[in-house]
Design a protein around this ligand. Structure first.
Ligand SMILES: O=C(O)CCC(=O)C(=O)O
Ligand SMILES: [Fe+2]
Length: 343
């Protein structure tokens, strides 16, 4: 329980950030250059201890994959309410599918989130064809247990599924490549998370925020103040529209505008629990006062649902006692979904 290098550097953390760092991921796939990956891990560690948010550039996800997902998401939300309600998330196991405006509430002090969404989890393409393929492979699920449950898709818009899954798989690949860097950042072997992230317990949500005009009711916003529940989130935001805000230690809301060519990455509660809060799961919210519709796509990256969220070595010391009870990742996410969407 004596102090560790990680716990010592956490003592110098300063959580009063005024802006959000931009991190270049070019070094991530350079397997021969451990020094470059360690330098990247150092930048990420600083961002995780001091901000809990960072942008990533040179992330390797093709623009066409992003644009296609964005276009199809606009087409999905333009369907009639009747069509969307046929796949409402309250009628499916574990809240897959459509959530109408004001049906979710991320901040218990608020009166509902002014957004509609569509959520799904892992689903594979067929064996024969890759992510570009036309023939997809039914609703096979990769995992079972507490978070099991098939995805649901709108029958009216078959191409939506292809575009959404293509984006999902590209982002899962990116997310998987981040885990070794997080491990290095925590002073662990690069493979530390390998056996905890075998099944891509990643949930993707497409979001649509109507503009909020006129007098503002402080208890209704796009998404109320909250932290995310998984290890980290990779967020695409529609270019040109500011809505996302991030809370620092001084209780100031710092803007996180979309920056072309980047995604926002923010840590969630699973990494905060694993690191006993050395890495920050930072509070954020979104308010769309742009006057026009806004779209965003978060992908929430968790560990396998049966993995216990136990503190990583070096994160519990005599001056940093254990803060959280141990619970499995699946139980945690399920309880948060139930709190947010109710039954
Ligand atoms: O739409 C955004 O910018 C943020 C969404 C978000 O924070 C979430 O879905 O958890
Ligand atoms: Fe969030």
């Amino acid at each position: 329980m004596s102090s560790t290098p990680l716990a010592e550097s956490a003592k110098n953390a300063n959580y009063s950030f005024k802006d959000i760092p931009i991190i270049d991921l070019s070094a991530i796939s350079n397997k021969d250059d451990l020094a470059a990956r360690r330098a990247l891990a150092e930048d990420i560690r600083n961002a995780c201890m001091n901000v809990g948010f960072f942008y990533v550039k040179n992330h390797g996800v093709p623009d066409t994959v992003i644009e296609d997902a964005f276009t199809k998401s606009q087409e999905f939300f333009a369907l009639s309410l009747n069509a969307k309600m046929k796949i409402e998330n309250k009628t499916t196991p574990n809240f897959k599918g459509y959530s109408p405006l004001l049906s979710g509430n991320n901040d218990p002090n608020n009166n509902g989130d002014l957004q509609e969404g569509f959520e799904f989890g892992w689903e594979r393409f067929s064996n024969e064809e890759d992510a570009e393929g036309k023939r997809l492979d039914g609703n096979k699920q990769h995992h079972d247990g507490v978070m099991a449950g098939a995805n649901v898709w709108p029958k009216e818009l078959p191409e939506f599924r292809r575009a959404a899954l293509r984006y999902y798989h590209a982002l899962v690949k990116l997310g998987k490549s981040l885990f070794p860097i997080f491990a290095l950042a925590l002073g662990l072997e690069e493979g530390f998370f390998d056996d905890k992230t075998r099944h891509s317990a990643a949930l993707m949500r497409m979001l649509h925020y109507p503009p909020q005009a006129g007098p503002v009711d402080d208890r209704v916003m796009g998404i109320g103040a909250h932290t995310d529940w998984e290890c980290f989130t990779i967020l695409w935001q529609e270019p040109g529209i500011q809505a996302l805000q991030v809370l620092n230690a001084k209780k100031e809301w710092i803007k996180a505008p979309p920056i072309p060519g980047t995604f926002v990455v923010n840590l969630g509660d699973q990494l905060a629990r694993w690191t006993n809060d050395i890495f920050k799961s930072t509070v954020h919210r979104a308010i769309n006062r742009s006057g026009v519709e806004r779209y965003s796509i978060p992908l929430f990256f968790g560990t396998d649902y049966d993995v216990k969220l136990e503190p990583i070595p070096g994160c519990v010391t005599s001056d940093r006692p254990m803060k959280y009870e141990v619970i499995t990742a699946g139980e945690y996410v399920k309880s948060k979904l139930a709190e947010t969407y109710g039954h």
